[in-house]
Structure formats: structure tokens, C-alpha cells
Design a protein around this ligand. Structure first.
Ligand code: PMP
Length: 397
């Protein structure tokens, strides 16, 4: 068979199982209104939790940044980078309460690069089964002995720490702070306690925590800060700039030594073109807004509480997700597609999540809330959801 024939067979199998995914072409960034083929839809699918992707101040800063040159023109170690990159890293370290931070071109690369730089064949990596794909791929690629534990199961983690201790080598535990498809939080304080007891290092993916939760002192730092954990308990945090910051790129923050080490050994940092100066300038402006407008995160929190209260009144099947990601369990991949299409016909954009992103039989709608949604828009979504689920006899578990 030719390459194309082989690939066509595999693609056809995906279609038959209702697992084929398409890329929508939008006319504008969903924030929270999106234009698709000239039609306006109310979007509940973006990770732009604070509405910063469309803020005029950020757009202007990014336009001005582009005047420094459209691209970084080479990798950081070949060309160096600009003051604006340094400024961004400095601000990221400051808002996360870390000694230093390093900017990567994406969260995927930051996770892959950090795990591969820190661990080798003699070491152990312990992961939650629901970790983001980038941590899973990093765990595979780094070559360390890989151990997994059931989602948020502390007993399971404990057992794997004992096994790793028996093997020797360094052990790193990697978890998401907020799980991207389930919206629940890791029991961070307990995980950090177990890591301390076993002398294991801890890395936390704060993609969905950065910018929207934290402590009084570091309100933007994420889920670890929210339970009082700092650099000595969580040696590496990864935060993305494509979600609450509304832009692109990511960072790892930790000790000065960790960051010095990553500059030397993290291959996805070393062998890739640096972040465009305009993006760095936009991210700096976004972080300045996050700091000067704490009401954005409060408004998001209020919207989450409103959504959950109203959804419970309508007896929609909520999970215990406390944050901006509110999954609605459906189960069957075909049904979730039908429901999502019906919502779109009614004017709503909601993500339909199917395997392989989530385990088979656990397809779901992934509703994401933003500080910019009005209560009226949330009500409209909930009314549409109730009607569509009823019409489709969607089995919710
Ligand atoms: N980690 C988590 C938990 C995520 O949800 C994502 C984005 N889907 C990433 C990492 C990757 O980040 P990026 O989009 O910047 O590559």
C-alpha cells in the first residue's frame, strides 16, 4: 500500500468511531463572542480566562513590540534575545515568587524540555494518569523509569514513591495543578508532603492555574501558591502564556540554578527560534494588567459560582471542578458530537472532548468560563444546554 492509502485507512477508522477532529476556521478570536463563517457565536471554549487576548492595551503593546522586528531571527543562545524577553522573564519570576523564570515557545515544549533536561535513564518519573499530553510525552522521551498512579490517588502515589525509592536514582513527581479536561485540582499540599518525605522533586503544570489563582502575596502564581507552597516545596512550575495571559508561549519558574541549568540543557529551549519580540511585549502588557486589575480574577470566580449555582438548579450533571473549566459528562463520543452540533446551531461554541484526549467512554462537553461572560450569557448557555440534552436524550453520567 502507498503511504497515502495506509493513512487514509487510519483516518477512515477514526471517522467510523466518531473520533475524527476538524479545525474550525474562525473570523475572530472568541472573546466571548466569536465570528464563524460570518455568524456570531457565544463562545464557552476558550482558555482566555481573563479576556486579555482582545484587550486594546495588550494589542497596542504587541503592535509596538513588532517595531523591534517581527521575529527573534535565531535561537536564544545563537543570537541572544532582547530586553523585552528579559523583562518578561523577570516579571514572571516576580509574580510566581520564584528566583528566576525561563520563557519557552510553548507549554508543550516547556514540559518536554524540562523533563528531558532533569531526568535520564537512571532516574524515576512518577505521573498522575490524567497528566497533560506534554508531561506524558516528556516522561516517555526523557528515558527515566516511568511510574503512574490513578488520578489524584494519594495512596497510589505513595506506593509508586516507595517503588522508586527501592530502585535508586533521582525521583521527580509531575502533576497538573488544574486538570485541563476535568477541571479538578491536584491535592497539592498532600502531594508536596509525600515528595518531601521521600526526597522526591516536584514539578507542577500550572497552565490553568497561572493568572487565575494564588495566594494573597502571589495572587497570580497558581494552584501551588493557593495552598501556600513555594519554591522549596515545588521545585519547578510551568505556566503557559496562551491561556490566562491570552497570548502564546510558556515559562518554567524555579531557583536561579534550575533556570541556569535549563538554559544549558533544555533542548526545546536551545534548538528553537526565540519568542517573537512582539509576543514578549504583549505578554508583559498582559501580566501588568493581571496585576493592576485583580477584579478580573474575582469576576471570573463570581462567574464560576454563578454558573455552578444555576446549573445545579437546572439539574445539569456538574462534576466537582471548582474552576474555569466545567466539564459536562456525556459518555458516548457520538452523542457529544450531536450535542455540540446542536449547541452550535443555537449559537453556542462549546468544546466536545473525545478519546484519545480522554479515556474511552468518558466523552464530555468542556465548558470554559471567562471574566468577560455576563450572567445573561451564562443563563442563555444553560437554557440551551438543558434543551439540547433533553432533545438528544443525552446520557449523562
Ligand atoms: N499543559 C496543560 C495542562 C495544557 O492544558 C496545555 C495546553 N493545552 C499545555 C500544557 C500546553 O501549553 P501550550 O498550549 O502553551 O503548548
Amino acid at each position: 500500500m502507498t503511504l497515502d492509502q495506509t493513512l487514509r485507512q487510519r483516518l477512515d477508522a477514526r471517522c467510523r468511531h466518531n473520533l475524527y477532529r476538524e479545525v474550525k476556521t474562525l473570523d475572530s478570536v472568541p472573546g466571548p463572542l466569536a465570528r464563524v463563517n460570518g455568524r456570531e457565536l457565544l463562545a464557552f471554549c476558550s482558555n482566555d480566562y481573563l479576556g486579555l487576548a482582545t484587550r486594546p492595551e495588550v494589542i497596542r503593546a504587541q503592535q509596538t513590540g513588532a517595531e523591534l522586528g517581527t521575529g527573534a531571527t535565531a535561537s536564544h543562545l545563537v543570537n541572544g534575545h532582547l530586553q523585552i524577553h528579559q523583562q518578561l522573564q523577570h516579571k514572571l519570576a516576580e509574580v510566581t515568587g520564584r528566583e528566576a523564570a525561563l520563557v519557552f515557545s510553548s507549554g508543550y515544549m516547556a514540559n518536554l524540555g524540562t523533563l528531558c533536561a532533569l531526568l535520564g535513564r537512571a532516574d524515576n518519573i512518577i505521573s498522575d494518569k490524567f497528566n497533560h499530553a506534554s508531561l506524558i510525552d516528556g516522561a516517555r522521551l526523557c528515558g527515566a523509569y516511568s511510574l503512574r498512579f490513578p488520578h489524584n490517588d494519594l495512596e497510589g502515589l505513595h506506593r509508586q514513591l516507595q517503588r522508586a525509592a527501592g530502585r535508586g536514582g533521582n525521583t521527580l513527581v509531575a502533576v497538573d495543578g488544574v486538570y485541563s479536561m476535568d477541571g479538578d485540582l491536584a491535592p497539592m499540599a498532600e502531594i508536596a508532603g509525600l515528595c518531601r518525605a521521600y526526597g522526591a522533586w516536584l514539578m507542577v503544570d500550572e497552565a490553568h492555574g497561572f493568572g487565575v489563582m494564588g495566594s494573597e502575596q502571589w495572587p497570580l502564581a497558581g494552584s501551588c501558591a493557593a495552598v501556600g507552597l513555594g519554591q522549596s516545596e515545588v521545585q519547578a512550575i510551568m505556566g503557559t502564556l496562551g491561556k490566562a495571559a491570552g497570548n502564546a508561549g510558556a515559562f518554567v519558574a524555579g531557583s536561579r540554578t534550575l533556570i541556569d541549568y535549563l538554559v544549558q540543557f533544555a533542548r526545546p529551549y536551545i534548538y528553537t527560534t526565540g519568542m517573537p519580540p512582539a509576543v514578549a511585549a504583549g505578554c508583559v502588557a498582559a501580566i501588568d494588567l493581571m496585576r493592576s486589575e485583580p477584579q478580573l480574577a474575582r469576576r471570573l470566580e463570581e462567574n464560576i459560582a454563578y454558573f455552578r449555582r444555576r446549573a445545579a438548579q437546572q439539574q445539569l450533571p456538574l462534576t466537582d471542578a471548582p474552576g474555569a473549566i466545567q466539564p459536562l459528562p456525556i459518555g458516548c463520543a457520538e452523542t457529544v458530537m450531536t450535542v455540540s452540533a446542536a449547541l452550535e446551531r443555537r449559537g453556542f461554541m462549546v468544546g466536545a472532548i473525545r478519546p484519545p484526549t480522554v479515556p474511552a467512554g468518558t466523552a464530555r462537553l468542556r465548558i470554559t468560563l471567562s471574566a468577560c461572560h455576563s450572567h445573561c450569557q451564562i443563563d442563555a448557555l444553560l437554557d440551551a444546554l438543558s434543551a439540547v440534552l433533553r432533545e438528544n436524550h443525552a446520557v449523562c453520567r
